[in-house]
Design a protein around this ligand. Sequence first.
Ligand code: AHR
Length: 492
Amino acid sequence: MRKVEGLVNTKRKQGNINKEIYGHFSEHLGRCIYEGIFVGEDSDIPNTKGMRNDVVEALKNLDIPVLRWPGGCFADEYHWMDGIGPKESRKCMVNTNWGGVVEDNSFGTHEFFELCSQIGCEPYINGNVGSGTVQEMSEWIEYMTFDGESPMANKRAQNGRKEPWKLKYFGVGNENWGCGGNMTPEYYANTYRRFQTFCKNYGDNKLYKIACGPNADDYEWTDKLMSIIGSNFADAISMHYYTVPCGWEKKDTATGFDEKRYYETIESTLRIEEMIDRHLEIMGKYDPEHKVKLVVDEWGTWYQVEEGTNPGFLYQQNTMRDAMVAALNLNIFNRRCDRIDMANIAQVVNVLQAVVLTEGAKIVKTPTYYVFEMYKRHQGATLVDCYLDVPKEECEGYTVPLVSSSASVNEAGELTVTLANVSLSEEIECQMDVVGSYGAVTGTMLTGNMGDFNTFEKDDVVKPQAFTGASLADGALTAKLPPCSVVTLVLK
Ligand code: AHR
C-alpha cells in the first residue's frame, strides 16, 4: 500500500467556504424542469403545488443553498412575461436550443420562487441579454422585488403575489460569447454595463450582479471583459467548464467506459484548477482588491446521451467516475473559497451530471448526489490548511495526482476532511498530523468500481457506507483509502 504524508492545521484559517459553492442549476432543458421537478398539480405523482415531493425531499436533504434558473442557453431566449398569469393564457414558444420542443411556460417566475421556498434555497435568476431588452430585464426585477405601488408590482399582485420576493443573485446574460448572442468581449462588456444600470435595488433588496465570464480557458474574454467592467459594476463574473472526455465532437459514453477514459476524465476535470487560477490572476489586474468574485455557474461532465433518448435533452447516466469528478471539483472550489463565491453543477435533475434522475414516478439518487451529501458539512464552514504530499502518476497515458483533499472547521469546532483517491488500483494510506484538539474520528465512504451506477431497478449499487479505515492518536490522523473512493472524515 502506498503512503502519503500531510498536515491539517486548524490554526491556519483560509476563509469562509461560501455555502453557495454547493449550488445547483435548473434549466428548461429536456426533463429537468418538466417531469423532473414540475409535474403540475393534477399529476398522479405526489406533488405540492406541482413540484414533485420526492425530488424536493431529496434536494432538501442536500441543503441546496442556491438554484440557478431558467438557463443556460434557454435564458437568452426566455421572455419572462410569457411565464406569468393564468396558465391557460400563457404563450407557448419553441425551445430552439434544446430539442425544438414546445415550451408552454407553465413553469415561470412564481413557480420558480415556490420551488426555492419548498427546497429552502436562494434563487439565482439569469436574465436575457441575447434576445431581450433592457426594459424587459429591468421590469422583471421590478416585478420580482418592488415593494409598493408600481406597474410591475401591481401586475405581480394581480397574479396572486402581493409581497415582493427577495432576490439576491442575478445573472446578466448567459454564455454571451456563444448561445447568448455570439458577442465579442468588448461588445458584451459594454452591453453588460448598460443592462446592469437598470437592474435596480428596490427597498432593501440588494442584487448581486453576475456578468457573463469566460468559457473554460478563454483568458482573452476575461481580460477584455474585466478591462471594461472594472471593479464597480459587477459582484462576480461567471465561468463555465465542462469535463468532456473524447472531446465535443465524439464524447464518451456515460457508462461502459474503460480505464483510459476514466483517467482522461480525471485529468480533464482537474484542468479547471489552472483555469480558475489564471482567470483569477487576470481579474486581479483590473480589480486588485478582489471585489469581483468568480462564480463557476456551470460545471460537470458531459457525455453522449443515453441510447434512445432525445439528443437535445442531454440525459446521461452517472457513475462512480462522476462521483470522483464531483469530489475533485468541490475540493478545488473549497480551496479557492476566498475568491469563488458560488458554483452550480449542471444540472440538478435528468440533465448532464444530475444528482437525481427520474422516470415516471420513480427517482434514483446518483453517485454524484452522495458526494454532495458527504460534503455538505463544508457549507459555511471555515477552510483550514490541508496539505498532502501527493505524487502525480502516469495512468493510462494521463497524469493525475492520486489524492485530492480539503478541510474545514464548522461553528461547533468540528473538523471535516474530505479525501478522494482517484487510483483504480492502489489503496493509499494518508497520514496527516492534525494541529488542533480532537479526540475521535468517524467517517463515511463512497466507493465501487469506476463504472458502477444506480438504476431505477437497483438504486443502491453505489451508496455511502460507514468508513472504518481511519484512526486518530496523539494528533496523528490515518486514513486508508480504497481505490476509487471518496471519504469524509469528521473529527470531534
Ligand atoms: O448545461 C447545458 C448548456 O451548456 C447550457 O444551457 C449552456 O449555458 C451551456 O453551454
